[in-house]
Write a protein that binds this ligand. Structure first.
Ligand SMILES: NC(=O)c1ccc[n+]([C@@H]2O[C@H](COP(=O)([O-])OP(=O)(O)OC[C@H]3O[C@@H](n4cnc5c(N)ncnc54)[C@H](OP(=O)(O)O)[C@@H]3O)[C@@H](O)[C@H]2O)c1
Length: 275
């Protein structure tokens, strides 16, 4: 009997290859962390990848070049494009370069994020503007530039959200941007659905990336969350790929929580208990 699992069956893997082969995915902020895992997941599934990072040159460009080499070693095309998503002109140029290089765009994953860790009342004016410019306006700039390309391919948009969109986390103003993003997904799903573009999100639990290393300085207890309640970048990437696959064709304007059940727990678990 043929296996039916989406992720493991040979027949399903072949179908996955067919679905993503010759397609192009642009992942914002894919030089490292979750974005990098998503870029590699698309490449393994057969797609070519645009690797976006924030700045030309330096560490950021080195990391993006490394991801491109990994994508190419999987036999897929890769293009690194530095662009700060909070700047409309850079976003515009990024989509032009992607279209010029690959001739099409099928998937847009809005993963890039940057935010200060402070309670909202302590944010400086420039920090508030950076928070909104990068994490809300920047994503809208990307959607606007992507729409003509995605309309031509009946493409898909996946946002990356976090549990801060729905639960209090100390010094995490990014949570309010993620909440706005989850509302935006519903709007975009309705307005872009008639153009054949699907819009959904993955709300990730805790992933031990570079940003986690900063987060743990502000949320002491987060260190004590057992590893089995943390999610790997690859586990987030698998659900992004699912939302871009034909199997998710009936999922519209939804945010799927991928957190190993962490947000399911109302009781005070052992890792926060005082000795
Ligand atoms: N880590 C977690 O526990 C967690 C949990 C839930 C949700 N998430 C979400 O998952 C996404 C990725 O998180 P992560 O932990 O993997 O982040 P990360 O390791 O800090 O990486 C952030 C990525 O975004 C890029 N970036 C930042 N600002 C940008 C800008 N203005 N324009 C373009 N690119 C920009 C960075 O590029 P450079 O290399 O150039 O700086 C980098 O590639 C974020 O949306 C985050 O909110 C993370």
């Amino acid at each position: 009997m043929q296996p039916t699992s989406y992720a493991t069956g040979n027949r399903d893997r072949d179908m996955e290859e067919d679905a993503f082969k010759g397609k192009v995915a642009l992942i914002t902020g894919s030089s490292r962390g979750i974005g990098r895992a998503i870029a590699l997941r698309f490449a393994r599934a057969g797609a070519d990848v645009v690797v976006n990072h924030s700045k030309a040159g330096g560490h950021s460009a080195d990391k993006a070049a490394q991801v491109c080499s990994e994508v190419e070693s999987l036999g897929r095309g890769a293009l690194a494009v530095p662009a700060d998503i909070s700047l409309k002109s850079e976003v515009k140029e990024m989509f032009s370069k992607a279209a010029e290089h690959f001739g099409r765009l099928d998937y847009l994953v809005l993963n890039a994020a940057r935010a200060p860790f402070k309670p909202a009342e302590k944010l400086l004016e420039r920090e508030i503007r950076q928070l909104v410019d990068t994490n809300l306006i920047g994503n809208i700039f990307c959607v606007q530039q992507a729409v003509p390309l995605l309309e031509a391919t009946s493409g898909k948009i996946v946002f990356i959200s976090s549990l801060g969109s729905r639960f209090y986390l100390p010094s995490y103003p990014l949570g309010s941007m993620k909440a706005a993003m989850e509302a935006l997904i519903r709007d975009c799903s309705e307005s872009l659905g008639p153009k054949g573009i699907s819009v959904n999100a993955v709300c990730s639990g805790i992933v031990k990336t570079d940003s986690f290393r900063v987060l743990r300085m502000y949320m002491k207890d987060i260190e004590h969350i057992p590893d089995d309640l943390c999610v790997s970048p690859e586990e987030v990437a698998d659900v992004v790929l699912f939302l871009c696959s034909p199997a998710a064709r009936a999922v519209c304007g939804e945010t799927i929580v991928v957190d190993k059940g962490l947000s399911n727990r109302l009781y005070r678990p052992a890792w926060t208990a005082k000795p």
